[in-house]
Design a protein around this ligand. Structure first.
Ligand code: DND
Ligand code: ATP
Ligand code: GLN
Length: 713
């Protein structure tokens, strides 16, 4: 006969250092898990203080506060009668660990430190924590006095152990441990663990979700078992968006999956599973042989917790949950939803008056505007959520405001402006206006020529020289300076308007956050003016490639029913900083000396492929010497050198780039994801010499092949 148990996991929108808010969300998730009939609840990594505290993890206060808050959770009667797995940092023998605490009815059963820490890309766990690099090793931990008093326990087990209930064994795996070659679930499964709990702080990256699900489903397909994955969700204080997707997987089948993107602060999913399914699945001789051959075993914390209550020996109304398909969003939907949720968290947590966006009529600022529109759509869709409505009414300072359309929200929280000059075309100006009307932003259409000419005149008075554009006979230096003046003045105006626009409408709300719209490719190539409109408060698209942004706009045209977006997709990208003449219109790709598709490839090889210039040349020669490219070795070498040249001369711009939503594996974000020097010899003389030698070699070989082909003919 089967042995059914109901178990729960959750997405929590925790905020770094928001101890009391985090506590309330944890308690609410426990109540909800109990409402769903669960006897086990797993929460995200470091949920008590929030995952992304970064260098605050060095402060001892943080550990004291966490214990105090944990004590409040533990002693709250609402958290009784359910086995709890809560993530929290702990100092043991003066060393800081990233831990999980397993407890039941106000008593701690085990503290389990993380064995393998996350330290790649955005993660720096080794900076604050020490890995418990001793599988199956454990010690005693002396509880803080106030916890000892409330639990009646002075010491508990601290280490890599497993917990036994009256019917099964449970073991913990913490986030990164799932991604490592020697994942703990393997040894635990061979030692009889049937339920694995994974508490994670894992961020969103475009097209990444399947990696996580593949790892979990493969793990439970190989080992058999029940896997509960919990994750943080939302913006907890920096560039990352943690993307939830709490899920329950049994023997490779997904039984429950929470959302990846939503405005809900607490989301609990549960499933009823049959433990016998794990036992039947594991009935394979080779696995059993491996199990009995294990030389070392886990210390087992024995408890009399009942996950499958014996009073309900058979309840015909309780059914096991059925397998379901994993829900993946299209990359376009990920762009629509992830940055929109991040913006909402940022706005409500910063308590600012809304967003100001310089809207140029080009693709990038259009994408940013559509993401704000998506945020407004999400708010309207979630208006029945008490927290969402309370946050919205707090932001607009109106307790009666209950919007029915995204446009009503934009009218109050979203401001856009076209800041034209004599170089602007009527088309871009009209596109900006039409988009603002479609999404409902408060739009200001202005001209700033008098400002530009005032600055140029000031320069002339001060120096006696007046710069002129190249097409009128000026030098490249003059040409660039004249462009940069316009671009930088837009930044100054943006901050002025962001501060004062709500005031002009008689609103008492605080100033607006200025949104930036530089995309990941422009940042990589440095195709932007330092301290122009690319310098803003936050940037939702700074981690997204131009190619993906175009796909997103095409998707939004249909799915958000915004026909105006078609005009943006079909227009040639242009900065409109130089005068337009009968035979000259400024174009991004021509200006940059490379296409956006090429930039994506360079970016991926540099960051993801970890290629230097020489390795990049070799890879791209093999790719681009083939159809449809058919480039010569010289042409590939020239492109590669040009990319590295511009990357290097502009790297300094990344040190001051606006904080942007992290979305792309090849992001050049200098703050934390892609740390590089910013004074680099852009000619890469040694690598360039090596490339030239290879080009020569390739040409010699080609000549030999051509000659031998000729002699055969
Ligand atoms: N090694 C170094 N370390 C630190 N700082 C360094 C530096 N080298 C220059 N700088 C500083 O940076 C300045 C040069 O940078 P910056 O002033 O930005 O100017 P710059 O990079 O020379 O020019 C702006 C670039 O962006 C392009 N642009 C302009 C406007 C719009 C768009 C568009 O996206 O559509 C593109 C434009 O075609 C041009 O390629 C120097 O004047 C100096 O102050
Ligand atoms: N005429 C304008 N009015 C308002 N804002 C502008 C204008 N021109 C440029 N901007 C702002 O400056 C940013 C950078 O300008 P740039 O010309 O480099 O555009 P971009 O990076 O190609 O972006 P877009 O596709 O939005 O034009 C734009 O994203 C926009 O926010
Ligand atoms: N917190 C963690 O351990 C996260 C690391 C893991 N590789 C992830 O991206 O999900």
């Amino acid at each position: 006969m089967g042995q059914y148990i109901t178990i729960a996991t959750c997405n929590l929108n925790q905020w770094a250092l928001d101890f009391e808010g985090n506590r309330d969300r944890i308690i609410e998730s426990i109540r909800e898990a109990k409402r769903q009939g669960a006897r086990l609840r797993v929460g995200p990594e470091l949920e008590v203080c929030g995952y992304g505290c970064l260098d605050h993890f060095a402060e001892n206060d943080l550990y004291d506060h966490s214990w105090e808050i944990y004590g409040q959770i533990l002693s709250n009667p609402d958290t009784f009668d359910i086995l709890l797995d809560i993530g929290m940092p702990i100092i043991h023998k003066s060393i800081k660990y990233n831990c999980r605490i397993i407890s039941y009815n106000g008593k701690i059963l085990l503290i389990r430190p993380k064995l393998f820490l996350a330290n790649d890309g955005n993660y720096r766990e080794m900076r604050y924590f020490t890995p418990w690099n001793r599988p199956q090793y454990y010690e005693e931990y002396q509880l803080p006095k106030h916890i000892a008093k409330s639990t009646g326990q002075s010491r508990v087990t601290f280490g890599d152990c497993i917990v036994e209930t009256l019917e099964t064994r449970l073991g913990c795996e913490t986030c990164e441990e799932l991604f490592t070659p020697q994942s703990p679930h393997i040894a635990m499964s061979l030692d009889g663990v049937e339920i694995f709990t994974n508490s994670s702080g894992s961020h969103h990256e475009l097209r990444k979700l399947d990696t996580r699900f593949k790892l979990i489903t493969e793990a439970t397909k190989k080992c058999g078992g029940v896997y509960l994955y919990a994750n943080q969700k939302g913006c907890d204080g920096d560039r990352l968006y943690y993307d939830g997707c709490a899920s329950i997987i049994v023997n490779g089948n997904v039984l429950a999956q929470a959302s990846q993107f939503s405005l809900k602060d607490v989301e609990v999913v549960s499933a009823t599973i049959d433990l016998d399914d794990v036992r039947s699945y594991r009935n394979q001789k080779s696995a059993s042989n491996q199990a009995v051959n294990q030389k070392t075993h886990y210390n087992v914390i024995k408890s009399d917790v009942e996950l499958s209550p014996s009073e309900n020996i058979f309840d015909p109304t309780v059914y096991p949950s059925l397998p379901q398909q994993v829900k993946y969003h299209l990359p376009e939907e990920e762009i629509a939803l992830g940055p929109a949720c991040w913006l909402w968290d940022y706005l409500r947590r910063s308590k600012t008056g809304g967003f100001f966006l310089p809207l140029s009529g080009g693709i990038d600022s259009c994408a940013t505007a559509v993401i704000v529109h998506s945020m407004c759509r999400l708010v309207v869709e979630s208006i029945d959520d008490k927290q969402v409505l309370a946050d919205l009414q707090m932001l607009v300072k109106d307790e009666t405001f209950i919007p029915k359309t995204p446009q009503e929200i934009a009218q109050r929280l979203f401001y856009t402006s076209f800041m034209g000059t004599e170089n602007s075309s009527a088309e871009t100006r009209a596109r900006a206006k039409a988009l603002s009307q479609a999404i409902g932003s408060f739009h200001v259409d202005l001209n700033m020529d008098n400002l530009v000419s005032a600055v140029v005149s000031l320069f002339e008075v001060a120096t006696g020289k007046r710069p002129i554009f190249k097409i009128f006979g000026g030098s490249s230096t003059e040409n660039l300076a004249l462009q940069n003046i316009q671009a930088r003045l837009r930044m100054v105006l943006s901050y002025l308007f962001a501060q004062l626009l709500p005031w002009t409408r008689g609103k008492t709300t605080p100033g607006l956050l200025v949104l930036g719209s530089a995309n990941v490719d422009e940042c990589l190539r440095g195709y932007l003016t330092k301290y122009d409109c690319s310098s803003a408060d936050i940037n939702p698209i700074g981690g997204i490639s131009k190619t993906d942004l175009k796909r997103f706009i095409a998707w939004a045209e249909i799915n958000f029913k915004l026909p105006i977006l078609n005009d943006f997709i079909t227009a040639t990208p242009t900065a409109e900083l130089e005068p337009i003449t009968a035979d000259y219109v400024q174009s991004d790709e021509v200006d940059m000396g490379m296409s956006y598709d090429e930039l994506s490839r360079f970016g991926t090889l540099r960051k993801v492929g970890k290629c230097g210039p020489l390795a990049m040349f070799i890879k791209l020669y093999h790719e681009w010497s083939q159809p449809p490219h058919n480039l010569t070795a010289e042409q590939v070498a020239e492109k590669v050198k040009r990319f590295w040249f511009f990357y290097a001369i502009n790297r300094h711009k990344m040190t001051t780039m606006t904080p942007a939503y992290h979305a792309e594996q090849y992001s050049p974000d200098d703050n934390r994801f892609d740390l590089r020097p910013f004074l680099i010899n852009p000619r890469f003389p040694f690598a360039s010499k090596k490339i030239d030698e290879l080009v020569e070699l390739i040409n010699e070989r080609q000549a030999e092949i051509d000659a031998s082909n000729k002699s055969v003919d």
